[in-house]
Design a binder for this molecule. Structure first.
Ligand SMILES: C[S@@+](CC[C@H](N)C(=O)[O-])C[C@H]1O[C@@H](n2cnc3c(N)ncnc32)[C@H](O)[C@@H]1O
Length: 318
């Protein structure tokens, strides 16, 4: 049993830099990946962040290659993503990422659909089109789902895990059954990027997602990686569940947010049972302020009517 497990103290390394290079991580040393990559040029998160869809896919492939190197044999990479709609054009991100991970040598294990409550839509309601034009061919549904893709790095050897580690990581079957983790649809409330929220402008996922995935696919004392760590949700949940973690984030402006999420700003009555280390690489950038300015422009375009039926249909006809 490792020293880390004996003392119950975990370590969390947050590295500011581009995750297509994860040189700080040894080959085969990661036990689980939980991540949500940037949404391809999503108007309210990353407008014009990538020059083209093929540039986006090339970046995703370079990260997949690095994950193939660092993930241990038999272990899981879970990716929260979805197809993206930009100016009436739909991009098949889920299909393309699946193809990339298969081509890079991962096994395709499962697909879970995360369903959000109906009222939690951030983008304009496409379904309104049919109300103004109640005829066939005007149907554009509102999207309240995201996809959790689950890949595996070859076969897992169940005998590799010592009995006592298995026992300490036992899944609470009552929680599993009551919250219906056993289905391929998971109902969860998403994090709305409200102005006063810590995650404003980050497109964070709810902690319930890494919570379930970490419990289902890793053991206490193992290491969870998030190559697109954003506000650090995966790292925070990993710490709560007594796993070590590593997070890569390209945007230096998220440093104060991650610090706060990891509880480093709090005055604790008791000593924290985890350590947090930050590394700042030369390839980190400052992005958030610049992206938020562009998002504000997008929002004003929608507010001024371009998102309404007429504009929407016109764009589709192009
Ligand atoms: C969808 S957000 C992740 C949010 C995260 N799951 C959370 O709960 O806060 C994607 C993050 O990836 C970061 N990112 C984009 N390209 C990156 C790259 N090449 N390397 C590392 N991080 C990157 C973005 O700055 C953004 O914070």
């Amino acid at each position: 049993m490792s020293n880390q497990l004996q003392t119950n103290r975990t370590s969390h390394k947050l590295i500011f830099g581009d995750s297509e290079n994860m040189e700080e991580i040894e080959n085969g040393s990661i036990h689980l990946v939980v991540t949500s990559p940037p949404y391809f040029n999503a108007p309210f998160d990353y407008p014009d962040f990538f020059r083209s869809y093929s540039e986006y896919l090339e970046k995703m492939r370079r990260v997949a290659k690095e994950l193939k190197r660092v993930v241990a044999k038999g272990r899981v990479v879970s990716i929260i993503c979805d197809d993206t709609l930009i100016r009436g054009e739909k991009y098949p991100v889920v299909a393309d990422l699946t193809k990339i991970y298969l081509e890079e040598g991962f096994l395709y294990r499962d697909k879970i659909i995360w369903i959000k409550p109906e009222g939690y839509i951030r983008i304009s309601r496409r379904s309104g089109v049919i109300l103004q034009h109640p005829y066939p061919m005007y149907f554009y549904p509102d999207n309240i789902q995201e996809t959790i893709l689950i890949f595996q790095n070859g076969e897992f050897n169940y005998q590799d895990i010592p009995k006592e580690i298995k026992k300490s990581s036992k899944i609470d079957i009552k929680e599993y059954q009551e919250n219906k983790w056993y289905l391929t649809t998971w109902h969860m409330v998403n994090v709305l990027p409200l102005k006063n929220r810590l995650e404003n402008g980050v497109a964070a996922f709810p902690p319930e997602i890494p919570y379930r995935l970490i419990k289902l696919f890793s053991h206490i004392g193992e290491t969870v990686l998030d190559p697109f760590t954003g506000s650090g949700t995966t790292n925070k949940v990993a710490a709560l569940l007594k796993r070590n973690s590593i997070g890569y984030e390209i945007d230096l402006e998220l440093y104060p947010i991650i610090k706060e999420k990891m509880g480093l700003e709090e005055n604790l009555l008791f000593e924290r049972d985890y350590d947090v280390f930050f590394t700042f690489r030369k390839d980190a950038k400052r992005l958030r302020t610049q992206l938020q300015k562009r998002v504000a422009v997008q929002k004003s375009v929608v507010k001024n009517g371009e998102g309404k039926a007429k504009g929407f249909i016109k764009r589709r006809k192009k």
